[in-house]
Each structure stands twice: as C-alpha cells, then as structure tokens.
Design a binder for this molecule. Structure first.
Ligand code: SAH
Ligand code: SF4
Ligand code: F3S
Length: 491
C-alpha cells in the first residue's frame, strides 16, 4: 500500500475552476462531474461490506502509461478502494498495456492468463484490460472470444470514463468494451502520485505523425495539447510536493500547442521558458523530441533555462535516407546531423540519446551501414535499439520483409556492439571528474550501502553513501565505469 499521496488537481469536482482555458474538445466541467458521481456510486458498492477492497494496477510500456496509471490509482482511491502492490488480494485488477511491439503484447496475454486462478478463487473480482492494446481491434476480438473472465476493455482514450464503465459492470454484471473514445483531454480527474523524487507531467496526448511502423497514433488518437496554464499549475504543485526531477511528456513535445492555436498561442520552447521561472532546486526533462519539429528555438531555450537538463533524447530510427522516407519520418540524415551540430554548438556537454530500429522492411546492408555511420558520427551517450516488429493496421506491416531474422539479429548485435564501445569511451572520459548528481534511491545489483543517482544529463552514477542522501543533490567524484553506469565516491 502507498503511504504518501499527492492529489492533483485537488479533486476538482467539475466546478470548472481548473478548466478556464480548456478548449471545446477538452473535458472538464459537467462531463467530469458526472464521472465523480459514478465514482461516488461505485464507492457505495465497494465500501458496503465494511472491509477495504483493493485495486491493483500493472503498468507496461512508456511513461505516458505510467502517468495514466496515476489516474487509475487516483480514481480507485476516490472509488473507495485501497491500493495493492500485487494482484493476489485485489478485487479490481487493471492491466495498463503497451502495444508498441509484439513481444510486449505476448507478455500481457501470458500475464492475463495467469489471473484466471484468482478469478476462479473469487468470481467477484473484476479484471480490466486498459491502455494501448485495448485500442487495437484484433486484441479486443481476442479478449472477447478467448478471455471471458476479463470484464472490462477500456482504451486510453476512454480512461476518463472508467468510473462509469466500472459502475456498469458492477450493476449489470455484463462485460464492457469502452473502445469508442473521442480524442479529448480530460482535465480534473483524480491522480495519485507516489510522493517521490522523479515525476511525470503529460503536456500533450496522442500523435499525428503516423510513422509507418508505429501503432501509437492508431491507439492513442490525434495530438492534443493541454493548456499552458494547466501544465504550469500542475508543475508548481509537483515542485511544492518535493519532486526534484520532472519529465514533461508527449509523443512529440516539439509540436506542443500546434493544434491548439485557436485556444492558446504558445509553443514548446516558450513553455520551457515559462516553467523555468518556477523557483526551486529541481531539474526539468522532456521526451520525446521529433527531429522534424525540433529546432534552434528549442536548443536556445535549453541553453538559457537553468532548470532544463543538458540532455536531448532525439530518436533517429535509421541513418538511411531511403528508409527514413519509407518510415514517413519527415527528415533526412543530413537534417538530423545538422540538429546535432546546432545543439552541441549551444550546449557542448549535452548528453545525447536516441531510438533506432533495425530490420525495417526493405532495409539492405547498405541502409544498415548508413545507420552505423550515423551512430559513429553522433557518438550517442546511449541508444535504445529495437528490432522492427510489424504492427497490424500500420502501413509498414503491409511492406514485404525480405531480410531473414538471423540477418536482422546479426545487424542488431553489430549495432549494440558499436554503441557499447562508444558508451564505454564516453564513460571513461568522466573518470576523475566531479559531477553534481540527484540521488534517487538504493543502487540495484550492488551491495547494501550503495546508492543510485543521475547526472544532470541523466547518466546513472552508483556510489557508496548514506541513505539519508536519497532525494538530494550531491557531488560525486567518478572513479570507474561500466557500459551502463558510472561508479564514484562522494566528493
Ligand atoms: N513518440 C516517440 C516514441 C514512441 S515509441 C518518438 O517518436 O520518438 C518508442 C520507440 O519505439 C520509437 O522511437 C521506436 O524506435 C520504437 N518503435 C515504435 N514502433 C516500433 C515497431 N513497430 N517496431 C520496433 N520498434 C518500434
Ligand atoms: Fe510513433 Fe512516430 Fe508518433 Fe513517435 S512520432 S509515437 S514513433 S508515430
Ligand atoms: Fe506503448 Fe502506448 Fe507508450 S504503445 S510505448 S504504452 S504510447
């Protein structure tokens, strides 16, 4: 059970006070007030027996899903549930799922299968499949047919009306499929944040880019930006609650505000500058940046803002112009390298990370070598490397795949080996330097007494130290490194 909670907004009951600048497609007011009525009705059900019922939320995928799970937990608390940290004792089990690659989906199906024993033991428990997989029609069909004990399917666009969906299941005992979500922003839902050091702050939802391999726009709907006032209000409340490291979230933060011109006139660099004015000892991060929309204003703002971390996560996906075109990414390798030059001119010690896909349909040896060449030119601090996974409903899934899996695996290994050697060299260059880090917990896979921390650029530093340092900034002298982390001692 969580012991600390931060609620944001302070349980707005739909009185509109937090929604003054919210556009017509952004929900607040009456619609959310109705959901609070449903929450109260569910609470009557849940608390009737006098014993505390528990809700368990399992999160897969990206930080956007982590942020959505904070809403599930917030709604569950509002509906009278306690929060469980495992499914065994829960009366309501929510799987908040990811659809980005096949492997992630298979895991979810396997784990849902494992819930059957709980349902057999207690038929009154409710199992819900939520998140991105719930937005895929073939998944919904499979759940309908083969997983009759899953009572709720609710995709991420329907998150705001989960209380109503749950109420219907409790009252009618029937299964509910909430997958017809309009593209809205639901402001004013309860949120339950574990009071912590690092926190997420969604500034926008959905995606309009339709990269040809990607399922996200299909399951999360069109891009929509929260108002800058709402974002700032939440940001301030997180700073006041003690968060030291706040990540602004969106699939493409550089197009923040683009679709909302009739409601507010701002963009991402301006938003960064605005949030930077909030005083305190904290770091601002953001992800993800799309190279087609990132530009000099962003890099100028990063240089000028004292709280903004010197870290840029700029996925490139491929170093081949031909493949980038087939991916519908909207930039060339030259344009991408121009961005890297521009950001390094402004912030010489910037930490650079990226995402890359190996084995996109039609990728030749030459295309792959262009990817290796780009990695050598940029010299990322770290890379997130993925093997292409066909997603039903995307354009790339229709493209012929002529490269055998063994060859794709070989390419993947070559890329990882190259990046590991670059990361090791970059890490070696830290040795002897003293860096300021934010201590965020105990170190994993290390003896008792070792702490985990992050540099401003987001690199992991482990060092022996007092637990009392957790949650504060401190100076650490780097004395060694591995491929993934730096090792140090308190300076
Ligand atoms: N919106 C972000 C990231 C979304 S998904 C962006 O545009 O950068 C995170 C990463 O997963 C992507 O950057 C991509 O590298 C990878 N990815 C997405 N779809 C994939 C697929 N079908 N197969 C393999 N990797 C994929
Ligand atoms: Fe997917 Fe592209 Fe949107 Fe990122 S920008 S979520 S990769 S479609
Ligand atoms: Fe996965 Fe959905 Fe995020 S598909 S990566 S959880 S947006």
């Amino acid at each position: 059970m969580y012991t600390h909670a931060v609620f944001w907004p302070p349980c707005n009951r739909g009185d509109n006070t937090l929604n003054r600048d919210i556009s017509a497609n952004q929900l607040g007011g009456e619609k959310i007030a109705r959901q609070y009525e449903y929450m109260a009705r569910v609470r009557d059900f849940v608390t009737a027996s006098g014993e505390t019922k528990l809700c368990y939320v399992e999160t897969y995928g990206c930080q956007q899903n982590e942020a959505d799970s904070e809403h599930f937990r917030g709604m569950a608390l509002e509906m009278g549930y306690g929060i469980a940290d495992s499914p065994e004792k829960a009366s309501l089990i929510i799987f908040n799922t990811c659809a980005v690659r096949e492997h992630a989906e298979q895991r979810v199906f396997g784990n849902i299968g494992a819930l059957l024993k709980y349902k057999r033991r207690d038929p009154s428990i409710i199992i819900a499949l939520a998140g991105c997989m719930a937005g895929e029609p073939h998944v919904v069909q499979r759940i309908k047919k083969s997983f009759p004990y899953v009572s709720i399917v609710s995709d991420s666009r329907c998150l705001w009306r989960f209380p109503e969906t749950l109420f219907n299941v409790l009252v009618n005992g029937k299964r509910e499929f909430a997958t017809e979500g309009a593209d809205v922003i639901a402001e004013g839902l309860p949120v339950h944040k574990n009071r912590d050091i690092k926190g997420w702050l969604p500034i926008m939802y959905g995606c309009d880019n339709f990269c040809s391999y990607c399922i996200v726009p299909h399951v999360r709907g069109r891009e929509r930006s929260r108002s800058p006032e709402t974002v700032k209000e939440q940001f301030i409340s997180m700073v006041n609650a003690g968060f030291k490291d706040i990540t602004l979230l969106g699939q493409n933060v550089n197009s923040y505000g683009k679709n909302a011109r009739e409601h507010f006139e701002t963009d991402f660099p301006k938003l960064l500058r605005e949030l930077d004015k909030v005083e305190g000892d904290h770091v601002i991060r953001f992800m993800t940046s799309h190279p087609k929309d990132a530009g000099l204003e962003l890099f100028d703002a990063m240089r000028d803002c004292k709280h903004v971390a010197p870290h840029l996560h700029l996925p490139f996906q491929s170093g081949s112009e031909r493949i980038l075109k087939a991916m519908n990414r909207g930039y060339t390798p030259e344009k991408y390298l121009g961005l890297i030059r521009a950001v390094r001119e402004r912030i010489p010690d910037i930490v650079l990370t990226g995402d890359v896909i190996v084995g996109f349909p039609g990728e030749t040896e030459e295309d792959f070598e262009a990817t290796l060449a780009l990695v050598e030119k940029v010299r990322y601090d770290a890379l997130f490397t993925f093997i292409y996974s066909p997603r039903k409903g995307t354009r790339a899934a229709e493209m012929p795949q002529n490269t055998p899996p063994e060859e794709i695996n070989r390419r993947f290994d070559r890329l990882v080996a190259l990046q590991n050697s670059i990361s090791a060299e970059k890490h070696a260059a830290y040795e002897g330097r003293t860096v300021r880090v934010l201590v965020d917990g105990k170190a994993e896979n290390k003896p008792e007494g070792w702490l985990s921390s992050r540099t401003p650029g987001g690199r992991l530093v482990v060092f022996p130290g007092e637990e009392g340092l957790i949650g504060s900034f401190t100076e650490v002298k780097i004395t060694g490194h591995t491929t993934w982390s730096l090792v140090g001692e308190k300076a």
